[in-house]
Write a protein that binds this ligand. Structure first.
Ligand SMILES: Cc1cc2nc3c(=O)[nH]c(=O)nc-3n(C[C@H](O)[C@H](O)[C@H](O)COP(=O)(O)OP(=O)(O)OC[C@H]3O[C@@H](n4cnc5c(N)ncnc54)[C@H](O)[C@@H]3O)c2cc1C
Length: 402
C-alpha cells in the first residue's frame, strides 16, 4: 500500500504514457486525475510492438487479455526480391511474448482500463505550467486555475512544452531526416495484394530491408487487418514539414519511392487508399527526468523519445511506470523519484543507442556492433533487454534511505 502522502497523482497527456500511468496508479488505489489538451479522446496511429520486457509488467497488471496478439518471430526479407534473409524468434530470450498492437487500439484499451480503475480523465484541459516545492506539486490550467497534488507526471510527448518547468532547461527534438508512412489494410486488401502469403499465414512480423528505405508489416488475426510502415530517408522538403504526425501522407509518393520493391509490397501499396505521415525524431539525453524537489517527473517521450526501430518506446514507458510504482509503494515521493531516475536513466540510454543503431541497420547502413557499441545481436544483450524484471530490479535497489 502506498504511503498516505503519496496518494494524489496528477498526469498530463492522454497518450500511451499518460493513460498507462493513469491505469496503473488508479488500479493501485491512488487518487488520479489526468489532463489532456485535445477536446475529446481521439485514438490514432499505426502498428507497434510491445516487447517482452513490458508484456511481463502488463500481464502482472492484469492487462494480458486486453491485448494478446502474439508475434512469434520477426522475419527479415530483402526489399527488392522479397527473399527471407533471417528469422529472429522472440521467445528465445524471455518467457514472455512479444505482442503486436496498434497505437489506436492500445490507447483505447488503456483509456477504458484507466476509467474503470477510477482515474478521472479530463479532456479539453491544456496544462500551461507545472511546479513543486518540498510539500506539494501543482498544475496550472490557465485563467488562474491551479490543481494541487503530491506528484505530477508530465507525459506530454516528444515536443513537450512543460519539460523546461521540470528540468530547468530547454531541449528540442532532433529530427532524423526520415519519414514513416503508416498504411492499414483490411482483409480484402490483404488478399488482393498477395500479402496474405507474406503476412497473414503466420504470427510473424516482417521487416523488408533495403538501401535507404525499409518497410515493416504485421497481420492482426483478431481484427483481420494488416499494418505496414514505409520508411523513406532524406525526403525532399515538400514531404518533410516539421509537424511530427499528420493524417495526410502522400500515397503516390510512397508508390514511386518503393516502385523497385518486391511484388507483394507493390500490390499492397496499390490496394491502399490512404496513409499517415510521421517525421521521425528523438530526444538527446536529458540531464534529469525529475525536478530538484522531486515532485515533478517526465514520463515517456517527454523524457526519452527514441527512434522506433527496436519497438522500445512504449515498452520502456511501461518499465518506467512499474519501477516508479514499486518505489512509491514503500518510500517518500522525493526518495522514490530520485531512486527511479538513478535506476532508469542508464538502462534507457543504452536502449536509445540500440534504437539509433537499428535505425541505420534497417536501411542498409552501418551494422549494430560497430563503433564500439555493444553487440546488439548477442544473446547476452538481448537477454539483458528482453528478459528484464523491472519490479525485481526496483525492489533490489539499495540506494534508498527513506
Ligand atoms: C498521433 C501519434 C501517432 C503515433 N503513431 C505511432 C505508431 O504508429 N507507431 C509507434 O510505434 N509509435 C507511434 N507514435 C509514438 C508513440 O505513441 C509514442 O512514442 C509513445 O507511445 C510515447 O507516448 P507518450 O504518452 O509519451 O506521448 P504521446 O503519445 O505523444 O502523447 C502525449 C499527449 O500529451 C498531450 N499533451 C501535450 N501537451 C499537453 C498539455 N500542455 N496539456 C495537456 N495535454 C497535453 C498530447 O495531446 C498527447 O495526447 C505516435 C504518436 C502520436 C502522437
Amino acid at each position: 500500500m502506498a504511503k498516505e502522502e503519496n496518494r494524489k497523482i496528477l498526469i498530463i497527456g492522454a497518450g500511451l504514457g499518460g493513460l498507462a500511468a493513469a491505469y496503473y496508479f488508479a488500479h493501485n488505489s491512488y487518487n488520479v486525475t489526468l489532463f489532456e489538451k485535445h477536446p475529446s479522446f481521439s485514438p490514432r496511429g499505426g502498428t507497434m510492438s510491445v516487447r517482452p520486457n513490458a508484456t511481463r509488467s502488463l500481464s502482472n497488471w492484469g492487462l494480458h487479455d486486453a491485448f494478446a496478439d502474439h508475434v512469434a518471430a520477426w522475419r527479415f526479407r530483402d526489399l527488392r526480391s522479397g527473399e527471407e534473409v533471417a528469422r529472429h524468434v522472440n521467445e528465445e530470450f524471455s518467457g514472455y511474448a512479444d505482442w503486436g498492437v496498434d497505437r489506436g487500439t492500445t490507447q483505447g484499451v488503456l483509456f477504458q482500463a484507466a476509467e474503470a480503475a477510477g482515474a478521472v480523465l479530463e479532456f479539453g484541459r491544456e496544462v500551461v505550467g507545472v511546479g513543486d516545492d518540498g510539500d506539494r506539486a501543482w498544475v496550472d490550467l490557465g485563467a488562474g486555475e491551479r490543481v494541487e497534488g503530491s506528484l505530477v507526471v508530465v507525459a506530454d510527448g516528444i515536443a513537450s512544452r512543460l519539460r523546461r518547468d521540470v528540468i530547468g532547461v530547454e531541449v528540442r527534438p532532433v529530427f532524423a531526416n526520415a519519414t514513416n508512412y503508416p498504411v492499414e489494410l483490411d482483409g480484402e486488401a490483404i488478399t488482393t495484394s498477395g500479402l496474405r502469403q507474406d503476412l497473414a499465414n503466420s504470427t510473424d512480423g516482417v521487416v523488408w530491408v533495403g538501401q535507404g528505405k525499409y518497410a515493416i508489416g504485421r497481420y492482426a488475426p483478431k481484427l483481420d487487418k494488416a499494418w505496414l510502415v514505409f520508411d523513406i530517408r532524406g525526403e525532399p522538403a515538400a514531404e518533410q514539414d516539421r509537424e511530427l504526425w499528420a493524417e495526410s501522407g502522400n500515397l503516390n509518393h510512397i508508390r514511386t519511392s518503393f516502385s523497385g520493391c518486391c511484388a507483394s509490397l507493390k500490390s499492397a501499396l496499390s490496394s491502399a487508399n490512404r496513409c499517415d505521415r510521421w517525421n521521425l525524431a528523438h530526444l538527446p539525453e536529458l540531464p534529469h527526468w525529475r525536478s530538484p524537489n522531486g515532485r515533478l517527473i517526465l514520463l515517456g517521450d517527454s523524457a526519452h523519445a527514441m527512434l522506433p526501430n527496436v519497438a522500445q518506446g512504449f515498452s520502456t514507458i511501461i518499465e518506467d511506470i512499474d519501477a516508479l510504482g514499486t518505489f512509491l509503494a514503500e518510500h517518500t515521493i522525493a526518495a522514490s523519484t530520485e531512486a527511479w531516475e538513478k535506476l532508469r536513466m542508464p538502462r534507457v540510454s543504452k536502449i536509445q543507442a540500440y534504437a539509433a543503431a537499428a535505425f541505420q541497420g534497417f536501411s542498409g547502413g552501418a551494422e549494430a556492433g560497430e563503433n564500439g557499441l555493444p553487440d546488439y545481436e548477442s544473446s547476452e544483450f538481448l537477454r539483458w533487454l528482453l528478459d528484464y524484471d523491472v519490479g525485481e530490479e526496483a525492489r533490489g535497489q539499495c540506494f534508498l534511505e527513506g
